[in-house]
Design a protein around this ligand. Sequence first.
Ligand SMILES: [Cu+2]
Length: 503
Amino acid sequence: MNRRQFLLSASSTAILAALGRQAFAGSMGSGHAGHDMAAMPGMTMDGPADPSPVLKRIKLPSGRPLAAVPRLANSGGAGRFVGTLSAAPTTLTLAEGGVKTSVWAYNGQLPGPAIVAREGDTVEIALTNHLTQPTTIHWHGLPVPAEQDGNPHDPVLPGQTRHYRFTLPKGSAGSYWYHPHPHGHTAEQVFRGLAGVFVVEAADDPLRELAEDWLVLSDLRLTEHGAIPANTAADWHDGREGQFLLVNGGLRPVIALGQGERRRWRVWNATSARILKLALPGLAWQLVGSDGGLLGAPQPLAELLLAPGERAELVVSGSLPVGQSATLQSLPYVRGRAMTPEQTQPFTVATVKVGRTVASAAVPATLRPIAALGTPQVRRTLTFSENMADPASMFMISGKTFDMNRIDFTGRVGDIEEWDIVSEAHMDHPFHLHGTQFQVVARNDGSGWVDEPYLAWRDVINVPLRESVRIRFRQELPGVRMYHCHILEHEDQGMMGQYEVKA
Ligand SMILES: [Cu+2]
């Protein structure tokens, strides 16, 4: 029995016996004689592989111009962003033929409205929960006070309104997002539609002259009746992926780019569990930013690996003749799924169409200074592991599942901490830390530590199975901070810990 077969038998038995959240969908281990098998080598498929007959019945409109992400209205004055969010069930027409889909959405929009504020601004958001279960808003990646960060300890109960308030410090410019973080319900609330982006603009932005496109990537799964189904046992194990990868709520949009033009793309992986390996053959692109804003200098880029929760800033250049197109592709990436098939073929995420010549500014050779964090005061090792024999604690960090009443360790404001995130797991788990941005110092794929080639501020880093990642960071604010796997099904099952940063 190989490892995958072992996992399959051990974990499926355990899940079926005890998880019991949803009738098993019957997709495990069958032939999956679906679209992926029909694709020819070298072809790019329309979408992720779909083993079900749903795509014969449900069609989403595709090929429309990339939708702009609507912005949340700001009723504050200068230096103050004041807005209102409502998390509520609503009905949208996503599929063709007038098929209605019930979603949970912020202000009725999919994705939620973008919050756009500036460094130094005070942000005040009133969230009203119109769901029938508790929710919170986590300001993913932003250095907000712990008691304002939508921790699972601070649920907003059905019918309640919560006022979140924080100030965006200097140097925090970047591409963030906001999403629910109630314990046990995060995955469902996100896959039903609750997520939005949060862009902090710099007072002095070296790329301010470039036009921007925002690409919010999210997964959607529909039944043949157009409903969003609950998670299957396989989803709880492998993490949920949908049949449709949406960009700003639309399928396979067309993104315009002028010939010779350079545009700044901000890309969010707002899926529950899909590790995206993106490629744009035929067009030149470079990496200019990560989760926490700009890099020190642009970096050459072949493929972009973007884990769930992770963001990137790119500069894409219109290096094709007028009228030609390129395809933004999701390439196969094996992440150790045990109960669902791995992606075997590239599929189309979007089409980039090159139009008439547009002049644009050059990309500066340096973007902003990023200083390396010095010698750490504290070193810790956190271990990712799985115990498929125990459905109550299947996904663990350092041998434990999350306990709201347990503080796993303490740290201090201002200390430089170095954490080795060591995977003893059979699948990739993207690590996410709240409250601050970290620098990846080195990675180890089993053959020894390799220094990271450049500095970047991140709050999510994929930890491939059986590999290790070394990070350094400093927390500037006291309080209880979460760290967890950003495959949301794993987070909900307790692949999360918390530590207290003391003043
Ligand atoms: Cu995980």
